[in-house]
Design a protein around this ligand. Structure first.
Ligand code: FAD
Length: 439
């Protein structure tokens, strides 16, 4: 009887262990179902602090947590590191990319798609090739290595024009990621130029933040966007609003006004992309409805079809006159909502309702903006709120302790010790500095 009961247990497969998928799997821990969590990487990534890895403040392992550790004590949640390449809804099975024996199929009773989003370049292959994104841990590491290598190269050249190019950093996109990275990069440059790099004068680097709209932080109240722009300018960042990056090469970005006007070329060896994301859609099937933003269109109970849910960035969840933004709180709430329905043994009884707990972004030392309901915080108060909230949501006591220690060290000592340049074959600037390893 026990064996039959075990066989009768439903099999829930969750694809993607980001904010949505992990929240769903955790909420199903201990439930009367077998849960299989699939992810192409073996860790959950806390993306809100990715820019701090890219600016040498945090180590990669401080913001990543292995799935197998999360579910070490679970009786019913298992993990496999695989990349899902397709779904056969009629046969109720997934295809995962070939291992030793080629492609494999994994059956499910209930499927939760939570594959998140990827960089989107508005169909411009040059931007995709010439800019560095900041969506994944390897991109953040690449950016850290690249920027530090640019400083080394600038310190080695006697040509002022070439040095200026090495020391110019163009950031595309004035949303939270672009604003946070611009502020943190300006701080890093201010800390090391003239000090660890006596060859380079303090203030000789240029950080240019380019935004197509007329203001920064479009999702926030205009006053908070204006505060972010003023704060960044006061810290030496050039903020160029209503400006688009038309194209990019290895040595320059071509900027033009959003309306009419002449293009300008800005010599820069670093162009960072934080301007666009699109859904990371594993279905590759025209049969599934998409929204205008190409996200999977789900109904008011987050269903793509009976027994198949889509949540988080990959899903278009309608709220009011638009869709919910690509942020971690909607993804987590959607994950928990789906888990509740699965625990209850059927389809969700009530439509999904999003509880907006607010949004926030940091601009740098002692400066952040936060919007919580009608409350608008900025400056030091906003910054403290930002610190507390991010520490709270970070997974694992070790990670919290290490992040807190790194923040304290950075704040009190004005020092970022993780400034190691590690060779990357994918970045020609880094590779040019470090020769091939012998053997
Ligand atoms: C730099 C940066 C900063 C951010 N800052 C904030 C912030 O401050 N606040 C905020 O609310 N939001 C922030 N976001 C947005 C937030 O990260 C996303 O909204 C959130 O991660 C969405 O959660 P998700 O579960 O939909 O997807 P994700 O968290 O992106 O997770 C998707 C998972 O699916 C896996 N996956 C994808 N495709 C496959 C496949 N085919 N097979 C197997 N696995 C797959 C991926 O490996 C990944 O682990 C930030 C994003 C970035 C990139």
């Amino acid at each position: 009887m026990a064996a039959m009961a075990a066989m009768a247990r439903k099999r829930v497969v969750i694809v993607g262990g980001g904010f949505g998928g992990l929240a769903c799997a955790k909420a199903l821990d201990g439930a009367d179902v077998d849960v299989l969590l699939l992810d192409a990487r073996n860790y959950h990534l806390f993306t809100p602090l990715l820019y701090q890895v890219a600016t040498a403040l945090l180590d990669p392992s401080d913001i990543a947590y292995p799935f197998r550790t999360v579910f070490r004590r679970s009786r019913n949640v298992r993990f496999r590191q695989v990349r899902v390449t397709g779904v056969d809804f009629d046969a109720r099975r997934l295809t995962v990319a070939g291992g030793e024996h080629g492609d494999e199929h994994i059956p499910y009773d209930t499927l939760v798609l939570a594959t998140g989003s990827a960089n989107a370049y508005f169909g411009n292959p040059e931007l995709a090739e010439r800019t560095i994104g900041m969506k994944h841990l390897d991109e953040a590491m690449r950016l850290r290595n690249h920027v530090l290598s640019c400083l080394e190269r600038a310190a080695q050249t006697a040509d002022p024009a070439e040095r200026a190019d090495w020391l110019t950093f163009v950031i595309v996109g004035g949303g939270p990621t672009g604003v946070e990275y611009a502020g943190a990069l300006a701080e890093l440059l201010d800390m090391v130029l003239g000090r660890d790099f006596p060859e380079l004068a303090r203030g000789s680097a240029r950080v240019v933040l380019v935004e197509g709209a007329g203001r920064l932080l479009g999702a926030f109240h205009p006053k908070l966007g204006a505060y972010a722009a003023d704060t960044l300018r006061s810290r030496g960042v050039e903020v160029r609003l209503s400006t688009l990056v038309r194209t990019a090469t290895d040595r320059a970005a071509v900027l033009s006004p959003a309306g009419d006007g002449e293009s300008v070329t800005v010599g820069a060896r670093t162009i960072v992309w934080s301007a666009g994301v699109g859904p990371h859609d594993p279905l590759h099937s025209e049969a599934v409805p998409r929204s205008r933003s190409k996200r999977l269109q789900v109904d008011d109970r987050l269903r793509l079809r009976p027994g198949v849910y889509a949540i988080g960035d990959v899903a278009s969840v309608t709220a009011g006159d638009g869709e919910l933004p690509m942020l971690s709180p909607p993804a987590m709430q959607e994950g928990r909502y789906v888990a509740r329905a699965i625990r209850a043994g059927g389809e969700p009884a009530e439509p999904f309702r999003y509880l907006d707990k607010g949004t926030m972004a940091t601009i740098g030392r002692r400066a952040a903006v936060a919007e919580v309901g009608p409350l608008r915080l900025r400056g030091f108060l906003g910054w403290i709120t930002w610190l507390v909230v991010h520490l709270y949501y970070l997974i694992g006591f070790r990670n919290r302790a290490l992040v807190l220690a790194s923040w304290g060290w950075d704040y009190l000592r004005r020092d970022r010790p993780i400034r190691l340049v590690v060779r990357s074959r994918f970045d020609p600037v880094v590779a040019s500095l470090i020769p091939d390893e012998p053997g």
